[in-house]
Write a protein that binds this ligand. Structure first.
Ligand SMILES: [Fe+2]
Ligand SMILES: [Fe+2]
Length: 236
């Protein structure tokens, strides 16, 4: 059964504080809301900024200039990672799981997509928790000590290099899972005879992957190397 028989789809534009840069490119962010017959309502972030802005593709060739992240202070990058990406992963992942489940009989690749996305989401929830509860609080303290020209005690495990390495390994695993989803769906392209709902799902999966790539870029290429360099300087 096609999802459109069960849902009404409509777009509700919401301009987010975090998307002030969208003015530069003339687009705002959107939430797509799915209204299920029977009053249940699910919404998931489709951040059109990622679609319309500047060619987010894969981590290898992604355009990192959208927000000039490299010019941001490191604590602001962590704020952004937490408040935009971590929240977005939880919010959108939950809703994507529901959408995948509704469309699981759509075609022969949906079973593998469901298991890949479910495993990714569950592992990401653990990953985010480790960053939020263990690594990032220490990094905030480290950055503050550096700003104040103060020394800093080592992390309980001796160096941030260990958790950073673990986080980067987990990032790699998630990139691989989402690359598999990309391959399974022919780069998120629905066949000509597919339902509109299936294309909507693929768009949402593509957006989720683009957000994840951006998130991993910020952590792997900016936050972690900067903090490792600061640790070398001030941790005795
Ligand atoms: Fe993170
Ligand atoms: Fe991470």
């Amino acid at each position: 059964m096609q999802l459109k028989n069960k849902f009404n789809f409509f777009l509700m534009p919401i301009i987010l504080d975090c998307c002030k840069n969208t003015k530069k490119i003339g687009k705002s962010s959107f939430y797509t809301t799915l209204t299920i017959l029977g009053n249940k309502c699910y919404s998931f972030h489709l951040s059109q900024i990622h679609t319309f802005a500047e060619k987010l593709k894969t981590s290898k060739d992604m355009d990192t200039s959208r927000h000039y992240f490299q010019e941001w202070p490191t604590d602001l990058l962590i704020d952004y990672a937490l408040k935009i990406h971590h929240r977005g992963i939880r919010h959108n992942g939950q809703r994507l799981l529901k959408l995948i489940s509704f469309l699981k009989d759509e075609n022969e690749v949906m079973g593998e997509i469901e298991s890949l996305f479910t495993a990714s989401f569950n592992d990401l929830l653990n990953h985010l928790q480790k960053e939020e509860q263990v690594l990032f609080p220490y990094l905030y303290d480290l950055l503050e000590a550096h700003r104040n020209n103060q020394p800093m005690a080592p992390m309980h495990c001796g160096t941030i290099a260990h958790p950073v390495q673990m986080m980067m390994m987990e990032h790699e695993g998630e990139i691989a899972r989402h690359q598999r989803i990309c391959d399974l769906t022919n780069n998120y392209s629905a066949p000509a005879d597919a339902s509109e709902d299936y294309q909507l799902l693929l768009n949402a999966l593509k957006e989720f992957s683009a957000d994840l790539h951006e998130h991993i870029h910020i952590e792997n290429d900016l936050i972690f190397p900067r903090c490792l360099a600061i640790e070398q300087k001030i941790v005795g």
